[in-house]
Design a protein around this ligand. Structure first.
Ligand SMILES: [Zn+2]
Length: 74
């Protein structure tokens, strides 16, 4: 079984496959049956089925993002 990553809104992740613009960093904007993410380089949005997205994630860059999201809400 491959390791499963819990994807959360606000996370910045590096994906295995580069976007056509050359960027490979994405910020997760929505999590449901599908995951929506914005390319940090060209700001375009993609939606992928959650399973496929999880398989493409190479690295989570800010696993502590939860805390900073809470700070932003205040
Ligand atoms: Zn892009």
């Amino acid at each position: 079984m491959p390791e499963r990553i819990l994807i959360k809104v606000g996370m910045t992740v590096q994906l295995r496959k580069q976007h056509p613009c050359g960027g490979d960093l994405w910020t997760v904007t929505r999590v449901g049956a599908d995951i929506a993410a914005v390319c940090l380089r060209c700001k375009r949005r993609v939606m992928l089925p959650r399973e496929e997205f999880e398989r493409r994630v190479r690295k989570v860059l800010n696993p502590e993002e939860d805390a900073s999201l809470k700070r932003m809400e205040r």
